[in-house]
Design a protein around this ligand. Structure first.
Ligand code: AKG
Ligand code: FE2
Length: 353
């Protein structure tokens, strides 16, 4: 394997800019990660598949099958693919295309959204928590709050209409899945929705841009992490790169055509009192083509204090395993330098003896 790397580089504004520099054969040293080789992973055909049409069929028997599948998927994997979700293929393509156009805008158009606070509604930048780690990843991002209030960059043209249509549709899918998940926990379908104030719930549209990389085996697009919130629904431009952790192994996600890739988040773990663990995942890059992915994260309202669901806790068999915290405070803590190497979720776990 080629291990030579170019010297350290001053932080570029965007990885896109670096990846497009002529004669880039070696990646700068601050992009090299000595974690396990990202290519050392298994393929899997066993990733759970949820047929969304069963959940929405109105037939109680079909619904209960889907709920059972959701329960197993959340408990065993924290990850599943959703088919027959009803979101038109051409809308998905349009969202990916206009997000690609956003990343292709001149730097001055993107500059006004750079270097913002985690609660600012539109942010774009590079890497993954670069301010904290000073270690870089092969990725640029655009993060936009799209619910309860819809925000949008002003360019490219057409972006606002396409993305708002997509976000509305994907939120409906997330809401139905969360209704099924609520039932799978032995709660009423609407329990989670009410408890976490989903009608004012935060929805964040995250566009990820991973340009092709001359030494993909030495770096990573996104390091291993879990997502905040309840459920993240992801689409991509037909280029793989997402890997999920399952039973201690990294699994390449080979997406079914036109499927949504869904992972559980930290606040579902908290709400379920640890029954549904938040999924660990990461993104690898390749040396051939640019990969675009769009992750839409769905969480409680920013004001909600998230704690384990009361019916799951106040019985003789279990006690709350997580300390309650306001969702907005969680987001700020996650971005801060005050975690002593622990994950934010780890910090909220009650110590067990
Ligand atoms: O690009 C991917 O496949 C993963 C993206 C992701 O994990 C995220 O945006 O949180
Ligand atoms: Fe993620």
């Amino acid at each position: 394997m080629e291990t030579t790397a170019a010297p350290l580089l001053q932080t570029p504004n965007y990885i896109k800019q670096l990846a497009e520099s002529p004669d880039l054969h070696f990646i700068p040293a601050n992009y090299v990660h000595s974690t396990n080789n990202p290519c050392d992973s298994s393929d899997s055909n066993s990733i759970p598949i949820i047929d969304f049409s069963l959940l929405t069929s109105g037939d109680p028997h079909q619904c209960s099958i889907a709920i059972h599948h959701l329960s197993k998927a959340c408990q065993d994997w924290g990850f599943f693919m959703v088919v027959n979700h009803g979101i038109p293929e051409n809308l998905i393509k349009a969202v990916i295309d206009c997000t690609h156009e956003f990343f292709n805008l001149p730097e001055e158009d993107k500059r006004e959204y750079a270097g913002k606070h985690v609660l600012d509604p539109i942010r774009c930048g590079t890497s993954f928590n670069a301010s904290k780690e000073n270690v870089f990843f092969w990725r640029d991002y655009l993060k936009v709050f799209v619910h309860p209030q819809f925000h949008s960059p002003t360019k490219p043209q057409g972006y606002r209409d396409i993305v708002s249509e997509y976000c509305e549709k994907i939120r409906e899918v997330a809401k139905m899945l969360l209704g099924g998940i609520s039932e799978s926990l032995g709660l009423e379908e609407g329990f989670l929705d009410k408890a976490l104030d989903l009608k004012s719930g935060l929805q964040i549209f995250v566009g990820n841009y991973y340009p092709n990389c001359p030494q993909p085996e030495l770096t990573m697009g996104m390091p291993p992490h879990s997502d905040h919130g309840l459920l993240t629904l992801l689409i991509q431009n037909q280029v793989g790169g997402l890997q999920v952790q399952h039973e201690g192994k990294w699994i390449n996600v080979n997406a079914l055509p036109n499927s949504l890739l869904v992972n559980t988040g930290d606040h579902l773990e908290i709400f379920s009192n640890g029954k549904y663990k938040s999924n660990m995942h990461r993104a690898v890059v390749n040396n051939k083509v640019t990969r675009i992915s769009i992750a839409t994260a769905h969480g409680p309202s920013l004001e909600t204090i998230v704690s384990p669901a009361s019916p799951l806790v106040y019985n003789e068999n279990s006690a709350a395993a997580y300390i309650p915290m306001k969702y907005s405070e969680y987001l700020e803590l996650q971005q801060s330098n005050q975690l002593d190497g622990k994950s934010c979720l780890e910090r909220l776990k009650f110590p067990r003896n």
